[in-house]
Design a protein around this ligand. Structure first.
Ligand code: PMV
Length: 368
């Protein structure tokens, strides 16, 4: 029943015949990373999330991908080469091959072309910040631009973004939240109209001005490769003793977040976002096998943030991804004082004193 329903809703992303034939060309997109406020952790078959999530789209942390396509004679296999910052990167190929296999049904031209994928990030690769979200969304958008060229004229741009998000999700779940901004919801929730398990949608309700140009300073505590891959992490939520409660909590937090976004209550915002981050890590600490993804410096930073907040009353809060790095979230109006605090007291906890200054952005752009 579930599989049938999913298949029916997938059907509209399977194209009929294309109008044009094109032998070669290239397209380029830049797409940002995003940071979840209510976290996605746990999925069903075909990258369907176990609970809805909402994220801020970032602005400066992004991936730029140029996709060159050339028609080939042999159509029995996928054929592509990948470059990162100009250097051939064969280690990326298995992930892209898996992605192509998953999306072939929806992009029947994939075996028609040889692809050269040229990608670069504005942030250090393997800094632990979500390069899979920006990378997979940029690639999905490039592929949709190829489809648009094959289908032109009259390509509906709402369909373009919906399908690009749908494809990005099949590359990396959270990637489907990177295409638009400033707030994106992924996962069906009755309180959010048009929300879907299949793709991200722009948050459709009023957002208080307190959240305009919200700041995210990312403290790079540990830049090593991820200790636990997302795939392994999500799978730990199957048979997890607290998964049911966690999914209920996330659903309830979506409703709470809607109220907070409307009334601009920053204290409640910080409480919800920090609780979500710690709940995510609690899930990892209580799974089997169990993991502690925070480092001692992650905790040092959290304690300093709490002390700073108690002493100044400023609205500095944190969130975490599935790693040790800390995203510091705060309103633009408090930027000066908080940046001084970060530089004077928190940078010492960062690896090589590295941090990234980002803020809320508005999604991906095609580079013509
Ligand atoms: O997109 P994935 O499969 O790498 O999962 C990412 C999950 C978190 O970043 C930990 C949370 C989220 O909602 O982005």
């Amino acid at each position: 029943m579930f599989v049938e329903f999913i298949f029916m809703t997938h059907n509209r992303f399977i194209p009929q015949n294309y109008n044009n034939t094109i032998s070669k060309g290239n397209v380029t997109w830049q797409s940002p990373s995003n940071i979840a406020l209510v976290k996605y952790w746990g999925k069903k078959e075909a990258q369907i999330p176990q609970n809805p999530s909402i994220s801020f789209t970032l602005n400066t942390s992004k991936t730029i991908t140029r996709l060159e396509f050339t028609e080939k004679a042999d159509r029995s296999n996928f054929s592509f080469e990948v470059y990162l910052e100009g250097e051939q990167k064969d280690s990326f190929k298995p992930k892209i091959e898996t992605f192509f296999k998953r999306i072939e049904l929806y992009l029947p031209f994939l075996k028609t072309y040889h692809f050269k994928i040229d990608t670069s990030n504005t942030f250090p690769h393997s800094s632990g910040i979500a390069s899979s979200a920006s990378g997979m969304s940029a690639l999905a958008l490039c592929l949709m631009s190829v489809e648009k060229l094959l289908q032109a004229p009259n390509f509906n741009m709402d369909y373009f973004y919906e399908k690009a998000s749908f494809l990005a999700r099949l590359g990396s779940g959270s990637a489907c939240r990177s295409l638009k901004g400033s707030l994106v919801v992924w996962g069906k929730h009755d309180a959010i109209k048009n929300s879907s398990d299949l793709f991200g949608v722009e948050y459709p309700y009023k957002v208080h001005e307190n959240f305009a140009n919200y700041q995210d300073t990312i403290l790079l505590v540990d830049k090593g490769e991820k200790q636990v891959s997302s795939t392994v992490g999500h799978n730990l939520m199957h048979n997890h003793p607290f998964s049911k409660q966690r999914f209920e909590q996330a659903n309830a937090n979506m409703v709470n977040m809607k109220t907070i976004l409307e009334n601009g209550d920053l204290k409640a915002f910080i409480e919800l976002v920090e609780s979500e981050a710690l709940a995510l890590h609690a899930m990892m600490m209580t799974s089997l096998p169990y993991f502690i993804l925070m480092k001692p410096n992650t905790l040092e930073i959290i304690n300093k943030v709490w002390a700073f907040r108690a002493a100044t009353g400023m609205h500095l809060g944190f969130t975490l991804d599935a790693g040790a790095n800390v995203h510091l979230l705060y309103p633009e109006s408090e930027k000066q004082a908080i940046m001084d605090f970060i530089k004077n007291e928190l940078v010492v906890y960062c690896q090589n004193e590295q941090y990234i200054c980002d803020n809320v952005g508005f999604g991906a752009n095609e580079m013509l």
